[in-house]
Design a protein around this ligand. Sequence first.
Ligand SMILES: NC(=O)CC[C@H](N)C(=O)O
Length: 304
Amino acid sequence: MITDLTALLQKLNAIVRADDNWGTPANYIPELARINPEQFAITVITADGTVHSAGDADTRFSVQSITKVFTLAIALGRSGDQLWHRVGREPSGSAFNSIVQLEREQGRPRNPFINAGAIVTTDEVLAGRAPRDALAEIVQFVRTAAGSDDIHINDAVAASETQHGHRNFALAHFLASFDNLKNPPEMTLGTYFHHCALEMTTTQLAHAGRFLMGAPDMPKLISTARVRRLNALMLTCGHYDGSGDFAYRVGIPGKSGVGGGILAIVPGQASIAVWSPGLNRYGNSHKGTEALATLARQMNWSIF
Ligand SMILES: NC(=O)CC[C@H](N)C(=O)O
């Protein structure tokens, strides 16, 4: 079985590379726009701890919104259910950076995985501390989850997003106007941009996702009940307005990032990280999604 999975990933890597539609990298963060889209990597860690990889699995990429899963875990650890007064748990049906819904719903973002919701969870993690202290907690959580200290924030990516993050500034000020930010918008955003700029390889990211598998020998960073809830939110909200399509086609919880990464979990069975920088129309990795759909079908992995 183990050799089968490695062979399957290698075959998948070859199939993915043979298709010349690589999608388009994010263009609103200049540091991400200049990345060569013709890259692909996949790592699968199974419940027995074995690691299977294919493609560019040692190349670091910007994990971006995938960090929203870790900041949500931390925010829930700090504030518990109080957090849900500030942010909802419903799919948004709109783009990750949309502002219209926020006005209609009086400044309470639909869920913690769209940008507005993640700005709120970051604000909760910040909790009046200096941004470097909150960032230290986030980076430490990710390093502990991954079992590696060699995970860092790329300051150039954070600076690039700060210079061009007009939409996120608009969202943060909108939240503040509805009294849904406890810290100054610039301070919360600075923290948010920096944790989004964390870089990992697919090998590191798949390791970091092991605690979400809920399998006996995996790191236990949060309660089993919370693991289930994070997975539920990943399934319903992890791909923004593409979440329904991802659930339909792939059938397991996943969280995407605009850097082209996706962390997907087969509860009790596997933690999967996939990366290809070109995006589909929802802002999710084009080839990453295709590869996960094929892998899930071939392995018969589904939560349904
Ligand atoms: N979808 C994403 O990965 C978005 C994250 C990015 N840092 C942003 O705020 O726009």
